[in-house]
Design a protein around this ligand. Structure first.
Ligand SMILES: Cc1cc2nc3c(=O)[nH]c(=O)nc-3n(C[C@H](O)[C@H](O)[C@H](O)COP(=O)(O)OP(=O)(O)OC[C@H]3O[C@@H](n4cnc5c(N)ncnc54)[C@H](O)[C@@H]3O)c2cc1C
Length: 343
């Protein structure tokens, strides 16, 4: 379907000699050292596909003339306005933009955790970073690749018919991005890893630490008026995630199908809160940078634009946590009721 530059083939090891690598009975654990790094790599691959598609879509939307702005012609001298004036085109571009900028911040944060696990002198700090990384790996792998694929698709849509044909290269981004949702463990399996392994491990220590990190930020800035448009929605989304976690703890043991049925919604909630946390951090840095109105020693518009994007994420993306929570609380019942043979 895609990645034709990659030499993919089937390799059969029938009759081959196997050599023991590492200790006996520790094979799976050893393999996961490679696997976790690869999953973060694939996460960034999904994000990158979304980013290159975005760059192409922005260039096209600035140039392509079609229709007039709903609020009156923006370029009356031209035969039509460039399509970037249209709200629906904005919806697609902004959705992709806040995904890829937020995801990039989260990827850097995860990279920082990798460094801490390897180099920090304090073992407790190393352990906490390792917990966070373990929790975030399946979340980033799935959210970045699902949304990376969606991003390539939205950017193709910005091209209209020109997106569908091969000439502009947009359909290739869609085809190439699709594999990232499958290899290094299909995304459904990542969600099971999160709910079945990462969440209950060490009595929920990793998710509790994640709550402490995000909740601590929200508490610290809860009375900061300038940051309120970012901190308030993040606090509410975090509360929803806590409710979802409690629901899982209560209902997944009594009926294991509940855990499987809601695993993807739960993963998305963790991802959205993690991205919301990154965007709130971005807003904090921007507000701080812009706090002196007389200081024009830097590009003020860069920081102002970041604040607009942070606001879009809070208004238009983070509310998805409400839908995910509603789906989680509906459990597995309607999902599992049809007999397999009637599908
Ligand atoms: C282009 C390409 C390159 C690849 N490169 C490599 C490589 O270099 N090395 C390598 O080892 N492999 C490679 N793979 C294999 C890849 O990792 C697997 O295809 C992938 O992990 C999914 O496994 P599967 O195909 O067996 O799907 P299956 O395990 O059959 O899964 C099918 C579907 O069922 C779902 N599913 C399966 N089990 C469960 C469950 N218990 N609960 C809920 N849902 C479930 C999955 O989420 C998926 O949606 C490559 C694949 C492709 C297409």
């Amino acid at each position: 379907m895609g990645i034709h530059g990659n030499a993919t083939c089937v390799m059969n090891y029938d009759g081959a000699v196997g050599y023991l690598l590492g200790e006996e009975h520790k094979g799976l654990r050893t393999m996961f050292i490679m696997m976790n790094a690869a999953r973060l790599g694939v996460a960034v691959q999904g994000l990158s596909q979304g980013t290159v598609a975005y760059q192409n879509a922005v260039a096209y939307c600035q140039e392509r003339l079609q229709g007039r702005s709903l609020t009156g012609a923006k370029h009356p001298d031209l035969a039509a306005d460039p399509i970037i004036v249209h709200p629906d085109i904005r919806r697609m571009l902004m959705t992709v933009r806040v995904f890829q900028e937020g995801a990039r911040a989260l990827a850097y944060w995860a990279g920082l955790q990798v460094d801490i696990t390897r180099k920090h002198p304090d073992p407790e700090t190393r352990r906490k970073a390792d917990d966070l990384l373990g929790l975030l790996t399946p979340v980033m792998k799935t959210y970045f690749t699902d949304t990376g694929f969606t991003a390539t698709n939205l950017c193709l849509q910005c091209f209209g018919g020109h997106g569908y044909i091969a000439q502009w290269g947009m359909e290739q981004f869609v085809r190439d991005a699709r594999i990232t949702q499958i290899y290094e463990g299909a995304n459904g399996i990542q969600a099971l890893d999160l709910v079945g392994r990462k969440l209950p491990a060490n009595k929920g220590r990793a998710i509790q630490f994640f709550f402490t990190v995000v909740g601590g930020f929200c508490e610290k800035y809860e009375n900061n008026a300038a940051l309120s448009p970012f901190v308030k929605p993040l606090t509410e989304a975090l509360e929803r995630l806590v409710t979802a976690t409690q629901w899982l703890m209560r209902h997944a043991i009594s009926n294991p199908d509940n855990g499987g049925a809601v695993s993807m919604d739960y993963l998305y909630m963790v991802a959205l809160v993690a991205l919301g946390y990154q965007w709130a951090q971005v807003a904090r840095i921007c507000e701080n940078q812009l706090s002196n109105p007389d200081d024009d020693s830097f590009d003020r518009r860069f920081y102002q634009n970041k604040l607009v994007c942070a606001g879009f994420f809070m208004d238009k993306v983070l509310p998805e946590t409400m839908t995910h929570l509603a789906r989680i609380e509906a459990g597995a019942d309607s999902l599992m009721r049809l007999d397999a043979e009637v599908f």
